[in-house]
Design a protein around this ligand. Structure first.
Ligand code: SAH
Length: 390
């Protein structure tokens, strides 16, 4: 098998599964993009099997510490392991991320399950080339009605994969309804997997929706960056006194309103840039939720992104009533938990308020974190309460 020899001190010697181009000492046997290769250390000791793509900065991603082919039996095993892990963690197996890339030993494979329908993404060339084997393994494991290959991530360009949305199994699903366990009695969402502007549902936030809803009874809630209304709907169902939801996308606001109707609750959904909304808002709230998209995809623009967070933190804190609660989330891998928390502290200093920590949130257990692969952790959130007049 062709392969590469990895330089000493590369991250793979510290538990990571990636080899960057700068960490390659030598390539042998002429591997081709998308091939399975063997990894060796500088003393020629085997370090396992990886998928290879010299066109990406990450030239190799390990799939096993042993010899391994990309074959049916491998995908069947990995998928069974992923399902078993989620069963142990107690997440709803019918509404969850079933496969999450490196964290499930399938680099570049992302599978989201919405009831009978499955969305597959293949973000690495080797996995893209093996997409049929992956679809077959999914059919064997859970017999879904449909599997949609939704390769529309901008990350695909780095691997030289075309963007496309195609059916791999079954018929194109018409919009359907799923129920999330985020408030008592469940919260219904209409899912339209064929609408290119929608993303299904943010499954990584379902636990946070439930946690905030538990605090929402009788409260005035503001959900900024609401998307399809995940937080807003759970809070409304849990008996909030009023719920305002803001998103700059028309599609998101329409979805939020339709979902509100579906659940028999009232939500004041506003299409607006959240920065401007927060700036001009004159209402007072008991709970302010901030869950923006990632403001940065790389380290270079991190400081700009932090200025964005600081602005919404400051404005969000200012809208809070006595004993008010700020729930704020950051889904950028590059902003660490500590950096994000310091940003909140800075904003509270400027606002002359003291905040007390109520809860610390992270991605749901169906998006497992491998601490030795820091890139697998991206979502962090803090729930903080305003301390009365200090
Ligand atoms: N809170 C949601 C997920 C939010 S995703 C949940 O838990 O399900 C981020 C959302 O922010 C997207 O819906 C996007 O349309 C919206 N968005 C992006 N930039 C925005 C802006 N400047 N103002 C308001 N909304 C924005």
């Amino acid at each position: 098998m062709p392969g590469i020899i990895v330089k000493p001190r590369a991250r793979i010697f510290h538990g990571h599964d990636w080899v960057y181009a700068t960490e390659v000492r030598k390539t042998f046997g002429d591997p081709q993009p998308g091939d399975v290769i063997s990894l060796k250390d500088y003393r020629d000791r085997p370090m396992g099997t990886a998928i290879y793509n010299p066109n990406s900065q990450i030239v190799a991603r390990r799939i096993s510490r042993r010899k391994q082919k990309l074959e049916k039996e491998f995908f069947d095993r990995r998928i069974a392991q992923a399902i078993a892990m989620r069963e142990r963690s107690g997440v709803d197996l019918r509404l969850c991320r079933m496969i999450w890339s490196e964290s499930d030993g399938l680099p570049g494979v992302v599978v989201d399950r919405y009831g009978d329908h499955v969305v597959l993404q293949t973000l690495t060339l080797a996995m893209y080339l093996n997409r049929q084997l992956i679809a077959d393994a999914l059919i064997l494991a859970i017999s879904p009605e449909s599997i949609i290959l939704r390769n529309d991530s901008p990350m695909l360009a780095a691997e030289g994969i075309e963007q496309e949305i195609v059916m791999m199994h079954g018929e194109k699903p018409a919009p359907f309804i799923v129920e999330a366990p985020t408030a008592e009695g469940g919260v219904k969402f209409e899912i339209d997997l064929m609408d290119g502007q929608k993303t299904g549902l943010y499954l990584d936030q379902l636990d946070a929706h439930a946690a905030i809803a538990k605090m929402a009874k009788g409260k005035r809630v503001l959900d900024c960056f609401c998307n399809q209304g995940g937080f807003a709907l759970a809070c409304a169902k849990a008996g909030a006194a009023s719920v305002t939801a803001v998103d700059s996308s028309e599609v998101a606001i329409e979805a939020t309103l339709r979902n509100a109707e579906l659940n028999g609750v009232e939500i004041n959904a506003v299409k607006h840039n959240a920065f401007d909304f927060l700036k001009h808002c004159e209402e007072e709230y008991d709970i302010v939720i901030l869950d923006p998209p990632s403001f940065t995809k790389n380290k270079k623009t991190l400081m700009n992104a932090m200025r964005g967070y600081k602005e919404i933190h400051l404005r969000g804190i200012k809208l809070l009533a006595r004993d008010g609660i700020l729930a704020t989330y950051c889904c950028s891998h590059h902003a660490t938990r500590q950096l994000f928390l310091e940003n909140i502290i800075d904003a509270s200093v400027d606002a002359k308020r003291t905040l007390r920590m109520v809860a610390s949130h992270g991605q749901r257990l169906d998006h497992p974190v491998i601490p030795a692969i820091p890139e697998t952790e991206y979502l962090k959130g803090f729930v903080l309460e305003i301390v009365a007049s200090r």
